[in-house]
Design a protein around this ligand. Structure first.
Ligand code: SF4
Length: 298
Protein backbone atom coordinates (compact mmCIF):
# COMPACT_ATOMS: atom_id res chain seq x y z
CA UNK A 1 0.00 0.00 0.00
CA UNK A 2 1.27 3.52 -0.87
CA UNK A 3 2.02 5.99 1.93
CA UNK A 4 -0.70 8.60 2.53
CA UNK A 5 -4.06 8.92 4.25
CA UNK A 6 -5.41 5.51 5.21
CA UNK A 7 -1.98 3.79 5.12
CA UNK A 8 -0.62 2.19 8.32
CA UNK A 9 0.59 4.91 10.70
CA UNK A 10 -1.14 7.65 8.65
CA UNK A 11 -4.42 9.45 9.43
CA UNK A 12 -7.53 7.71 8.08
CA UNK A 13 -8.64 8.67 4.58
CA UNK A 14 -11.87 10.51 3.74
CA UNK A 15 -14.43 7.94 2.57
CA UNK A 16 -15.52 10.30 -0.21
CA UNK A 17 -12.28 11.60 -1.70
CA UNK A 18 -9.29 9.85 -0.07
CA UNK A 19 -7.82 13.04 1.45
CA UNK A 20 -6.76 12.99 5.12
CA UNK A 21 -9.87 12.74 7.30
CA UNK A 22 -10.49 15.17 10.17
CA UNK A 23 -13.74 13.68 11.42
CA UNK A 24 -15.25 10.27 12.16
CA UNK A 25 -19.02 10.01 12.35
CA UNK A 26 -19.22 7.29 15.00
CA UNK A 27 -22.79 6.37 14.05
CA UNK A 28 -22.21 5.77 10.32
CA UNK A 29 -18.48 4.98 10.84
CA UNK A 30 -17.77 7.41 7.98
CA UNK A 31 -14.49 9.37 7.83
CA UNK A 32 -14.62 12.83 6.24
CA UNK A 33 -11.97 15.38 5.26
CA UNK A 34 -12.43 19.08 6.09
CA UNK A 35 -13.96 19.95 2.71
CA UNK A 36 -16.51 17.16 2.95
CA UNK A 37 -17.42 18.07 6.55
CA UNK A 38 -18.27 21.59 5.33
CA UNK A 39 -20.27 20.30 2.35
CA UNK A 40 -22.07 17.76 4.52
CA UNK A 41 -23.13 20.35 7.12
CA UNK A 42 -24.22 22.81 4.42
CA UNK A 43 -26.25 20.12 2.62
CA UNK A 44 -27.96 19.03 5.81
CA UNK A 45 -28.99 22.61 6.65
CA UNK A 46 -30.17 23.20 3.06
CA UNK A 47 -32.25 19.97 3.19
CA UNK A 48 -33.71 20.88 6.60
CA UNK A 49 -34.81 24.29 5.28
CA UNK A 50 -36.45 22.67 2.24
CA UNK A 51 -38.00 19.67 4.02
CA UNK A 52 -39.60 21.78 6.77
CA UNK A 53 -40.34 24.84 4.59
CA UNK A 54 -38.48 26.98 7.12
CA UNK A 55 -37.90 30.04 4.94
CA UNK A 56 -40.52 31.67 2.73
CA UNK A 57 -39.88 33.64 -0.46
CA UNK A 58 -39.65 37.39 0.02
CA UNK A 59 -39.39 37.31 3.78
CA UNK A 60 -37.14 39.24 6.14
CA UNK A 61 -35.30 36.77 8.33
CA UNK A 62 -33.74 37.83 11.63
CA UNK A 63 -30.86 35.69 12.92
CA UNK A 64 -30.53 35.62 16.70
CA UNK A 65 -26.78 36.19 16.84
CA UNK A 66 -25.26 35.80 20.30
CA UNK A 67 -21.71 35.68 18.95
CA UNK A 68 -21.26 32.09 20.18
CA UNK A 69 -20.35 29.17 17.91
CA UNK A 70 -23.86 28.01 17.02
CA UNK A 71 -25.37 31.35 16.05
CA UNK A 72 -22.18 32.42 14.23
CA UNK A 73 -22.16 29.17 12.22
CA UNK A 74 -25.87 29.71 11.51
CA UNK A 75 -25.23 33.22 10.20
CA UNK A 76 -22.38 31.93 8.03
CA UNK A 77 -24.52 29.10 6.63
CA UNK A 78 -27.55 31.31 5.99
CA UNK A 79 -25.44 33.99 4.32
CA UNK A 80 -24.44 31.24 1.82
CA UNK A 81 -27.83 29.55 1.45
CA UNK A 82 -30.25 32.50 1.53
CA UNK A 83 -28.94 34.13 -1.70
CA UNK A 84 -29.97 30.90 -3.48
CA UNK A 85 -33.55 31.53 -2.33
CA UNK A 86 -34.44 34.69 -4.20
CA UNK A 87 -35.44 37.85 -2.41
CA UNK A 88 -35.05 36.82 1.24
CA UNK A 89 -33.36 39.50 3.38
CA UNK A 90 -31.10 38.60 6.30
CA UNK A 91 -30.58 40.70 9.38
CA UNK A 92 -28.90 39.89 12.71
CA UNK A 93 -30.07 40.72 16.22
CA UNK A 94 -27.87 40.43 19.31
CA UNK A 95 -29.43 40.55 22.75
CA UNK A 96 -27.39 42.11 25.55
CA UNK A 97 -28.73 40.51 28.73
CA UNK A 98 -26.46 42.63 30.90
CA UNK A 99 -24.13 39.96 32.29
CA UNK A 100 -20.91 41.61 33.46
CA UNK A 101 -17.64 40.09 32.29
CA UNK A 102 -19.33 37.85 29.72
CA UNK A 103 -21.47 39.66 27.21
CA UNK A 104 -18.97 42.35 26.14
CA UNK A 105 -16.74 39.87 24.28
CA UNK A 106 -19.59 38.03 22.56
CA UNK A 107 -21.18 41.32 21.40
CA UNK A 108 -17.85 42.36 19.87
CA UNK A 109 -17.61 39.01 18.02
CA UNK A 110 -21.25 39.28 16.88
CA UNK A 111 -20.58 42.73 15.39
CA UNK A 112 -17.42 41.48 13.64
CA UNK A 113 -19.20 38.44 12.20
CA UNK A 114 -22.19 40.44 10.91
CA UNK A 115 -19.76 42.83 9.18
CA UNK A 116 -17.78 39.90 7.76
CA UNK A 117 -20.88 38.33 6.23
CA UNK A 118 -22.32 41.67 5.07
CA UNK A 119 -25.42 41.37 7.26
CA UNK A 120 -27.12 44.35 8.94
CA UNK A 121 -26.67 44.10 12.72
CA UNK A 122 -28.90 45.33 15.57
CA UNK A 123 -28.30 45.30 19.31
CA UNK A 124 -31.16 45.11 21.80
CA UNK A 125 -30.73 45.06 25.58
CA UNK A 126 -32.67 43.76 28.58
CA UNK A 127 -32.19 47.20 30.12
CA UNK A 128 -33.76 48.88 27.08
CA UNK A 129 -36.70 46.45 26.83
CA UNK A 130 -37.32 45.37 30.43
CA UNK A 131 -35.70 48.24 32.38
CA UNK A 132 -33.00 46.17 34.13
CA UNK A 133 -29.99 43.99 33.35
CA UNK A 134 -30.04 40.26 34.14
CA UNK A 135 -27.42 40.91 36.83
CA UNK A 136 -29.86 43.40 38.46
CA UNK A 137 -32.79 40.98 38.17
CA UNK A 138 -31.01 38.15 40.00
CA UNK A 139 -29.15 40.29 42.54
CA UNK A 140 -31.57 39.30 45.33
CA UNK A 141 -30.58 35.64 44.86
CA UNK A 142 -34.21 34.47 44.69
CA UNK A 143 -34.66 34.14 40.92
CA UNK A 144 -33.13 31.49 38.67
CA UNK A 145 -30.91 33.33 36.15
CA UNK A 146 -31.51 31.00 33.18
CA UNK A 147 -35.30 30.97 33.55
CA UNK A 148 -35.44 34.77 33.69
CA UNK A 149 -32.90 35.04 30.91
CA UNK A 150 -34.95 32.79 28.59
CA UNK A 151 -38.16 34.75 29.17
CA UNK A 152 -36.59 38.19 28.69
CA UNK A 153 -34.45 37.09 25.74
CA UNK A 154 -37.51 35.81 23.85
CA UNK A 155 -39.25 39.09 24.59
CA UNK A 156 -36.27 41.20 23.48
CA UNK A 157 -35.84 39.20 20.26
CA UNK A 158 -39.53 39.45 19.40
CA UNK A 159 -39.57 43.20 20.09
CA UNK A 160 -36.52 43.81 17.93
CA UNK A 161 -37.72 41.47 15.14
CA UNK A 162 -41.15 43.11 15.06
CA UNK A 163 -39.54 46.57 14.93
CA UNK A 164 -37.45 45.47 11.95
CA UNK A 165 -40.44 43.99 10.10
CA UNK A 166 -39.00 40.45 10.33
CA UNK A 167 -41.36 37.54 9.64
CA UNK A 168 -39.17 34.85 11.21
CA UNK A 169 -36.38 34.53 13.78
CA UNK A 170 -33.70 31.89 13.12
CA UNK A 171 -31.96 30.51 16.19
CA UNK A 172 -28.80 28.39 16.40
CA UNK A 173 -30.30 25.41 18.25
CA UNK A 174 -28.49 22.25 17.20
CA UNK A 175 -29.33 18.52 17.46
CA UNK A 176 -27.95 18.29 21.02
CA UNK A 177 -30.07 21.27 22.16
CA UNK A 178 -33.16 19.76 20.60
CA UNK A 179 -32.62 16.31 22.18
CA UNK A 180 -32.01 17.95 25.58
CA UNK A 181 -35.24 19.96 25.28
CA UNK A 182 -37.23 16.82 24.44
CA UNK A 183 -35.86 14.94 27.47
CA UNK A 184 -36.44 17.99 29.69
CA UNK A 185 -40.05 18.22 28.48
CA UNK A 186 -40.46 14.54 29.47
CA UNK A 187 -38.92 15.15 32.89
CA UNK A 188 -41.21 18.14 33.46
CA UNK A 189 -44.30 16.31 32.22
CA UNK A 190 -44.71 19.02 29.60
CA UNK A 191 -46.99 17.29 27.08
CA UNK A 192 -47.65 20.37 24.87
CA UNK A 193 -43.89 20.89 24.55
CA UNK A 194 -43.27 17.21 23.90
CA UNK A 195 -45.88 16.97 21.13
CA UNK A 196 -44.88 20.17 19.30
CA UNK A 197 -43.44 19.67 15.79
CA UNK A 198 -39.67 20.18 15.57
CA UNK A 199 -37.70 22.83 13.66
CA UNK A 200 -40.17 25.64 14.24
CA UNK A 201 -41.84 27.02 17.33
CA UNK A 202 -44.72 29.47 17.45
CA UNK A 203 -43.82 32.77 19.10
CA UNK A 204 -47.36 33.98 19.58
CA UNK A 205 -46.66 37.26 17.78
CA UNK A 206 -47.06 36.26 14.14
CA UNK A 207 -43.29 35.84 13.84
CA UNK A 208 -42.12 32.26 13.31
CA UNK A 209 -39.11 30.90 15.18
CA UNK A 210 -37.10 28.48 13.07
CA UNK A 211 -34.13 26.21 13.84
CA UNK A 212 -32.20 25.42 10.65
CA UNK A 213 -29.38 23.64 12.58
CA UNK A 214 -31.61 21.23 14.47
CA UNK A 215 -30.34 18.23 12.48
CA UNK A 216 -26.63 19.01 13.04
CA UNK A 217 -24.88 17.69 16.19
CA UNK A 218 -23.11 20.27 18.33
CA UNK A 219 -19.68 18.71 17.64
CA UNK A 220 -20.16 19.17 13.90
CA UNK A 221 -21.32 22.78 14.34
CA UNK A 222 -18.14 23.43 16.35
CA UNK A 223 -16.00 21.69 13.72
CA UNK A 224 -17.69 23.75 11.00
CA UNK A 225 -16.79 26.89 12.94
CA UNK A 226 -13.16 25.79 13.34
CA UNK A 227 -12.74 24.77 9.69
CA UNK A 228 -14.19 28.06 8.42
CA UNK A 229 -12.13 30.13 10.87
CA UNK A 230 -15.14 31.71 12.55
CA UNK A 231 -14.75 29.90 15.88
CA UNK A 232 -13.79 32.18 18.79
CA UNK A 233 -12.76 31.07 22.24
CA UNK A 234 -15.23 33.02 24.36
CA UNK A 235 -15.86 33.20 28.11
CA UNK A 236 -18.64 31.03 29.51
CA UNK A 237 -21.69 32.68 31.05
CA UNK A 238 -21.14 32.81 34.84
CA UNK A 239 -24.70 31.51 35.34
CA UNK A 240 -24.23 28.45 33.10
CA UNK A 241 -24.29 25.03 34.72
CA UNK A 242 -26.99 25.88 37.23
CA UNK A 243 -29.90 24.65 35.11
CA UNK A 244 -31.57 21.25 34.76
CA UNK A 245 -30.30 21.36 31.17
CA UNK A 246 -26.71 20.89 32.35
CA UNK A 247 -27.61 17.62 34.07
CA UNK A 248 -29.64 16.41 31.09
CA UNK A 249 -26.75 17.32 28.77
CA UNK A 250 -24.29 15.23 30.80
CA UNK A 251 -26.67 12.27 30.78
CA UNK A 252 -27.34 12.41 27.00
CA UNK A 253 -23.66 12.99 26.16
CA UNK A 254 -22.78 9.80 28.00
CA UNK A 255 -25.55 7.85 26.25
CA UNK A 256 -24.44 9.21 22.86
CA UNK A 257 -20.87 8.12 23.62
CA UNK A 258 -21.95 4.63 24.63
CA UNK A 259 -24.66 4.30 21.96
CA UNK A 260 -23.86 6.50 18.93
CA UNK A 261 -27.02 7.81 17.27
CA UNK A 262 -28.90 8.40 20.55
CA UNK A 263 -29.33 12.15 19.84
CA UNK A 264 -30.74 11.48 16.39
CA UNK A 265 -33.08 8.76 17.68
CA UNK A 266 -34.46 11.01 20.47
CA UNK A 267 -35.26 13.77 17.96
CA UNK A 268 -36.64 11.41 15.28
CA UNK A 269 -38.77 9.63 17.89
CA UNK A 270 -40.26 12.90 19.15
CA UNK A 271 -40.91 13.95 15.56
CA UNK A 272 -42.94 10.75 15.02
CA UNK A 273 -44.91 11.40 18.20
CA UNK A 274 -45.59 15.03 17.16
CA UNK A 275 -46.71 13.89 13.71
CA UNK A 276 -49.02 11.23 15.15
CA UNK A 277 -50.38 13.75 17.65
CA UNK A 278 -51.06 16.21 14.82
CA UNK A 279 -52.85 13.51 12.77
CA UNK A 280 -55.03 12.64 15.75
CA UNK A 281 -56.11 16.29 15.68
CA UNK A 282 -55.18 16.84 19.31
CA UNK A 283 -55.23 20.45 20.36
CA UNK A 284 -52.96 21.92 23.02
CA UNK A 285 -55.89 23.71 24.56
CA UNK A 286 -57.58 20.39 25.29
CA UNK A 287 -54.62 19.15 27.30
CA UNK A 288 -54.80 18.95 31.06
CA UNK A 289 -51.15 19.92 31.49
CA UNK A 290 -49.63 23.36 31.25
CA UNK A 291 -46.14 24.36 30.31
CA UNK A 292 -44.28 25.24 27.19
CA UNK A 293 -41.13 24.54 25.31
CA UNK A 294 -38.35 26.38 27.09
CA UNK A 295 -35.37 28.06 25.53
CA UNK A 296 -32.04 26.29 25.21
CA UNK A 297 -30.55 27.58 28.42
CA UNK A 298 -33.49 27.35 30.72
FE1 SF4 B 1 -28.74 33.27 30.00
FE2 SF4 B 1 -28.38 31.06 31.48
FE3 SF4 B 1 -27.53 31.15 28.94
FE4 SF4 B 1 -26.30 32.61 30.84
S1 SF4 B 1 -26.40 30.36 30.73
S2 SF4 B 1 -26.87 33.30 28.76
S3 SF4 B 1 -28.05 33.17 32.13
S4 SF4 B 1 -29.66 31.26 29.66
Amino acid sequence: MEAGPGAPGEPPACDLCGQAAVFLDRFSQRHLCGDHVLLDVEDRVRCTIQEYHLIRPGERLAVALSGGKDSTALLHLLSKIVPEMGDVTLTAITVDEGIAGYREATIRVAREMATRFGVEHHLVSFRGISGATLDDMVADGRSHPCSLCGIHRRRALLCAAAGLGATAIATGHNLDDEAQTIVMNCLRGDLPGFTRPPAKDPTGAGIRRIKPLFRVPEKEVALYGMLTGIFHDLPECPYAGTALRSEVRRMIDRLEYLHPGTLERIVRGQEDVASLWGRLGASETSLPLTGGRKDRDS
